[in-house]
Design a binder for this molecule. Structure first.
Ligand code: B12
Ligand code: SF4
Length: 485
């Protein structure tokens, strides 16, 4: 570690995990390349303090590990911050090891949801890293950027670090940021905007669709969710959101945006105020937006105003077609509620995307089929079927771990699309099931859902240009190919 030298320049890195690493060879064509907003927020905060900062978004720039290090060394900055989601663990470890070999003087700090879930373990498993930040990073990174002397790090909340004697010290957690408006907007000007694209299922048209964070935290208790922003929902003010959208319109000429919150509609009053403002400011005529929600947090009145305000699509977490499993994962919704809300959303003229999970703990083959058939019955415009991965930091992981049911801790394999990759080894398989059967179920789900004449016609009608055509042809080719692999 860079002992005691004041650090005033920071390079923040989104690690080089490729779409092929995430989705396998066939599905890589459908993965999203999105702005790494976590580090963009950190960059915004550092920049506001006058601290020199740069971002390297390795997946967007398609950089290998070595090319990422070449870029890092070009900057010659003294503090290197790297974000870490569980499946990028292996890549981040390799990156840190190589940085320490080539750029011995640099200090490395890691942060992100995996670090929040297991800070000490991460620091001990990645011995080439010096500091791990857990929880929100905006304040922490500023304090670390001012002083990386181990003798002073004990004063900084929300980190664990290696002392001069190589002992891992964990400081107190940092309280969540109370007023989100206090943090500057993410430093989007440091990001390679042209390299981003969402999946076809998330965009209304073929143009840049940035993600804008409206709130952090979620009061619900789904057992598979890591709650990295806590159980209390904190919203940005309506004024701040409107300002950010206006900036995106004037600087990036956007016509669509993804309003991100764990559950946007958890506070109906807030959503109504936001929609009202979008209408009054004339923004609803300029842009279309999407969001994620729960079926128990919307009603007709809310959906109507959302539609008026420009909402064209809602992604609902439906998860399973079995009431027993919905109860088991603590989703607190009923199958009837799902059917009513999806029908209501369709009637309002808002498109629906449904998230479904296969291979939940204790799920039987028959229940998996119930999920697939339920998805078909609900008929959302898009359905996503993922294989259940108990991520660290979730109640599901804690329980399965305690029961001795976690098969391994090779974090790089903690990927919901593992089945599409060769040699995948998912960390959890319910009793009586096998990886092969889950993977063929995932493929079967996609085929049964998408290879229906009704859906086929919808897609044909939705083709507006050659790029849509290519996307859909590739999609159908991959689905057909999966029949034989
Ligand atoms: C949008 C999103 C995506 C997008 C974009 C992800 C991205 N590049 O940021 C897409 C669709 C690509 C995606 C994919 C996946 N996602 Co996702 N995603 C999200 C979502 C909804 C919002 C992410 C976001 O922008 N947050 C806002 C920013 C501000 O938060 P943040 O990134 O966590 O950053 C803050 C801190 O973590 C910290 N921090 C972050 N990086 C760093 C670095 C340093 C140096 C420091 C000091 C601090 C720091 O400071 C930041 C500011 O406070 C979150 C849910 C959530 N509430 O965060 C899930 C979430 C991050 N996703 C999750 C998962 C599991 C996945 C997948 C693994 C799913 C899969 N397919 O297998 C993939 C992995 C992709 C990958 N690159 O590895 C989990 C992560 C759990 C975990 N243990 O890693 C989350 C938390 C969902 C959940 N509730 O469980 N995801
Ligand atoms: S899955 Fe969604 S609704 Fe459930 S706890 Fe997580 S963020 Fe909240």
């Amino acid at each position: 570690m860079n002992q005691g030298i004041k650090t005033h320049s920071v390079v923040l890195v989104s690690p080089p995990l490729t779409l092929e690493d995430r989705y396998g060879k066939d599905m890589k064509h459908f993965g999203a390349v999105t702005e790494p907003l976590g580090i963009a927020y950190l960059a915004g905060s550092l920049e506001e303090m006058g601290i020199q900062v740069a971002i390297i978004d390795a997946p967007a720039l398609n950089l290998s590990i070595d090319e990422t290090i070449d870029k890092i060394s070009d900057y010659n900055y003294s503090l290197i911050g790297i974000s870490l989601l569980t499946p990028s663990f292996g890549v981040v470890k390799q990156l840190c090891d190589k940085i320490k070999d080539r750029l011995t003087e640099k200090t490395i700090i890691l942060g992100g949801p995996h670090c929040t879930a297991m800070p000490e373990q991460t620091l001990s498993e990645i011995s080439s890293a010096d500091i791990v930040c857990f929880g929100e990073g905006e304040e922490t990174i500023k304090e670390v950027a001012f002083d990386t002397n181990p003798a002073n790090l004990h004063k900084i909340t929300g980190i664990c670090f290696r002392s001069a004697q190589q002992k891992i010290i964990t400081n107190k957690p940092r309280p969540f940021i109370k007023n989100l408006d206090q943090i500057p907007s993410p430093a989007r000007h440091m990001l390679p905007k042209d390299k981003y694209h969402l999946t076809a299922s998330r965009v209304a048209e073929d143009s840049y669709c940035p993600t804008l964070i409206v709130a952090r935290g979620c009061p619900f208790g789904c057992s598979y969710c890591s709650h990295s922003f806590g159980r209390k929902i904190r919203f940005h003010s309506v004024e701040r959101i409107i300002d950010e959208i206006k900036t995106l319109i004037s600087e990036y000429h956007i016509t669509q945006v993804n309003l991100e919150a764990d559950t946007l509609t958890a506070n109906k009053l807030f959503v109504k105020e936001l929609c009202q403002a979008l209408i009054t400011e004339g923004i609803s005529k300029q842009i279309k937006w999407t969001c994620e929600s729960r079926v128990d947090t919307v009603d007709q009145e809310l959906l109507e105003i959302m539609k008026l305000a420009g909402c064209w699509q809602i992604s609902y977490g439906i998860e399973t077609g079995s009431q027993r499993l919905l109860n088991m994962i603590n989703k607190s919704i009923s199958l009837e509620q799902v059917e009513e809300t999806i029908a209501l959303t369709h009637r309002t003229g808002i498109s629906v995307r449904g998230f479904f999970m296969l291979g939940l703990p204790s799920e039987t083959e028959q229940e998996s089929m119930e999920t697939i058939n339920f998805a078909i019955k609900l008929n959302p415009r898009w359905a996503q079927f993922t294989i259940t991965i108990p991520y660290p930091g979730t109640p599901m992981f804690a329980q399965l771990d305690q029961e001795g049911k976690i098969r391994h801790y090779d974090w790089s394999q903690y990927n919901t699309w593992s089945g599409w990759k060769k040699d995948a080894q998912i960390p959890f398989i319910a009793e009586g099931r096998s990886l092969e059967s889950l993977v063929s179920l995932q493929k079967l789900a996609l085929r049964k859902f998408y290879l229906r004449p009704k859906i086929f016609i919808q897609f044909i009608l939705a083709i507006k240009n050659i790029s849509d055509f290519k996307k859909y042809v590739t999609g159908f080719y991959v689905l057909l190919k999966s029949n034989f692999s």
